[in-house]
Design a protein around this ligand. Structure first.
Ligand code: ATP
Ligand code: MG
Length: 265
């Protein structure tokens, strides 16, 4: 299925990862390779385990079986202290991507730099302005998150995610809750960071418009397994009914099951 060239060591890799919570098997032997400089997108229905897979990439969750690598180094067994250095390579935009409400936009973007404690106030100011310029928002430093639109808040969160010049960015539903135009601003930013900074991205989404705009490679999670692995062109040509149904956004009869019994018009 996959026709992506896979020369060299992946930037990030989940190898045969399984994860369960109690009786619920979420991942059942999942392989995810993210190649450097590419945008890899994970799609799949709500609750299928996309965020769980993403958290394994950072060892925020540990697999029950299987292995997780970053740039060829196994990381799932590292302790929290060792992981601090590994995680410096990542920027993340979480699903609930919250900014600190009590801080200004500028302070939010500068926060990782303050925490790191190696930059002067003057340098932080310069970097904050550079990162905000990257997302098209230089000048809003003094504004509080509550006064910004949803799309602007996501962009500030993205500026914060790139504050420490990560090699790789993890995006969990970056366009959710945004109108199509604002969503596309985020898509364009994902592409710009790849183009201009060579950043590797792993994006989790169920927004197919976003998938078609940003993906070099698409993986679909279904029933704990990787159901599809290939390019945008491959997924458009897929004859797998489960994949087609998701891509075309159609409901099947199964989807009505939850409506039977109890629910009357
Ligand atoms: N820490 C946890 N403890 C117990 N169950 C969890 C935990 N994290 C996730 N789950 C369960 O694992 C399943 C997969 O969750 P996950 O958040 O990965 O779904 P998702 O594919 O990201 O869904 P969505 O598209 O709605 O964000 C869900 O049933 C969820 O309730
Ligand atoms: Mg999720």
């Amino acid at each position: 299925m996959a026709n992506t060239p896979e020369n060299g060591i992946p930037a990030s890799e989940l190898r045969n990862v399984s994860k369960r919570f109690g009786d619920l098997v979420v991942l059942d032997g999942v392989d995810i390779k993210v190649m450097a400089g590419q945008t890899t997108v994970i799609i799949g229905e709500s609750g299928v385990g996309k965020s769980v897979a993403l958290k394994h990439t950072l060892a925020l969750l540990r697999p029950d079986a299987g292995e997780v690598y970053f740039e060829g180094r196994r990381i799932d067994h590292l302790d929290e202290r060792e992981l601090v250095d590994v995680r410096k390579n990542f920027g993340f935009l979480f699903q609930m991507g919250a900014l600190f409400d009590s801080m200004t936009a500028g302070q939010n973007v500068g926060f990782p730099l303050e925490e790191q404690g190696t930059c002067s106030a003057e340098e932080i100011k310069r970097i904050v302005s550079e990162k905000l310029r990257m997302v098209g928002l230089d000048g809003i430093q003094g504004k509080k998150p509550a006064t910004l639109s949803g799309g602007q808040r996501k962009r500030v969160a993205l500026a914060r995610a790139i504050a420490l010049n990560p090699k790789m960015i993890l995006y969990d539903e970056p366009t959710t809750g945004l109108d199509p135009v604002r969503a596309d601003v985020i898509n364009e930013l994902i592409n710009k960071l790849k183009r201009e900074l060579g950043i590797t991205s792993l994006v989790v989404t169920h927004d197919m418009a976003s998938v078609f705009r940003v993906a070099d490679r698409i993986l679909m999670l279904h029933d704990g397994k990787i159901r599809f692995d290939g390019s945008v062109e491959d997924i458009r040509n897929s004859t797998d009914p489960i994949v087609k149904r998701f891509v075309e956004g159609r409901a099947g009869e199964d989807d009505l099951d939850g409506l039977h019994g109890g629910e009357k018009p």
